[in-house]
Design a protein around this ligand. Structure first.
Ligand code: SF4
Length: 354
């Protein structure tokens, strides 16, 4: 009798023990899998579970997503971080509607033509939604392959990535691609943990090099990581007589591109100059707080100044600026940082009885 292959083990295990209740596994189609795969990039399943259904409820198909304003999409994405993913998904949806007659491509090559979709994401969409042959090489799959084949070089070392794609391609089964790829991801997430993998119950244990050589605590070898980049952020909370805060839309090239943010100032002189332009009378101008905020491998040293004043007439949105009610901030597309600052200011104002 033929000895079961690597893929046979993975497929059988997925059918018996793998995850089957994730929301994107129910009625899988290209759109639902695409949304889940983009959300799962750099974000844990537990976090994605809090956002996925709400997002799909608001944007149930590619047409709804393409026709929605980016502000609304960023608002629904708010909390997942890495907002560039949402902006690229919106662009891709518009491309599908405007150039592809509303049809999401069904091939890896076709999907890779769209913004924000790389080879592994395209492979996931094709295999998980259509059960078609395609390779996935996300972080979990890389971990399994590195351990199973005993690869001792770090991921960011030259040649490792190429080798993994070759191994992943050579290990593909000739059917049941959905179970196979889902099985690899499930094994990586629920059995082959970074620390203390559960080798004793792993379907791959009899041939896994890392287990046989007892090197599961050494491989995957850690990448040499760069220390986070230090950024000084001097933000000003301009508040008017209606307890509305001035927000600016960040440019796409900025850290929170497309989101509403507090204006940045280089110096106190600049803050005072802007205050004079905004307000007839100035009530308060003081430093509110400073703290360190970490985002996308950046260490932001945040310093907040609060300026309260009386506007001549209450302004309406113009030139990428808007006055937003402090209590409404949670309902618009802003970063977690701005939400945190708004909540601090709101409690400060409440303490003062305003
Ligand atoms: S045997 Fe252990 S190290 Fe190897 S794939 Fe399974 S869980 Fe991971």
């Amino acid at each position: 009798m033929k000895k079961p292959s690597f893929s046979d083990h993975v497929i059988q295990w997925q059918k018996l023990k793998g995850r089957k209740h994730l929301p994107w596994q129910q009625n899988p189609n290209k759109y639902r899998v695409w949304v889940s795969e983009i959300m799962l990039q750099q974000t844990q399943v537990a976090t994605v579970l809090k956002y996925y259904n709400r997002f799909i409820f608001s944007f149930p198909d590619v047409k709804t997503l393409a026709n929605e304003h980016i502000d609304e999409i960023l608002h629904k994405w708010s909390g997942l971080g890495y907002y560039r993913r949402a902006r690229l998904m919106h662009k891709a949806a518009q491309m599908i509607i405007n150039k592809l007659n509303g049809r999401i491509p069904s091939t890896v090559e076709g999907l890779m033509e769209l913004p924000g979709i790389g080879r592994s994401t395209a492979g996931a969409i094709v295999s998980l939604s259509l059960n078609k042959e395609a390779v996935i090489l996300d972080a979990n799959v890389k971990k399994i392959l590195i351990r199973f084949f005993g690869i001792k070089s770090a991921l960011n070392e030259k040649g490792t990535e190429k080798k993994l794609w070759e191994l992943a391609t050579a290990s593909l089964p000739n059917k049941e691609f959905r179970h196979y790829n889902q099985g690899l991801m499930d094994l990586g997430a629920t059995i082959c943990f970074k620390s203390n993998p559960k080798c004793e119950i792993c379907p791959l244990h009899s041939s896994c090099r890392a287990r046989i050589e007892d090197i599961t605590d050494i491989i995957p070898k850690k990448n040499k990581t760069k220390p986070p980049k230090k950024i000084i952020l001097r933000l000003t909370a301009f508040i008017n007589q209606k307890n509305q805060i001035l927000l600016e839309k960040q440019k796409e090239s900025q850290l929170w591109g497309g989101l509403w943010h507090l204006p940045e100032s280089k110096s106190r002189t600049q803050i005072l100059k802007r205050s004079k332009k905004l307000f007839l009378t100035l009530f308060v101008e003081k430093e509110l707080t400073s703290f360190i905020y970490r985002v996308s491998n950046k260490e932001c040293h945040v310093n907040i100044t609060i300026v309260k004043g009386q506007q001549d007439k209450l302004g309406s949105p113009k030139n990428g600026n808007m006055w937003c009610d402090l209590l409404e901030i949670k309902n618009i597309g802003t970063s977690s940082l701005v939400k945190r600052i708004a909540s601090k200011i709101t409690s400060e104002l409440l303490d003062q009885g305003e």
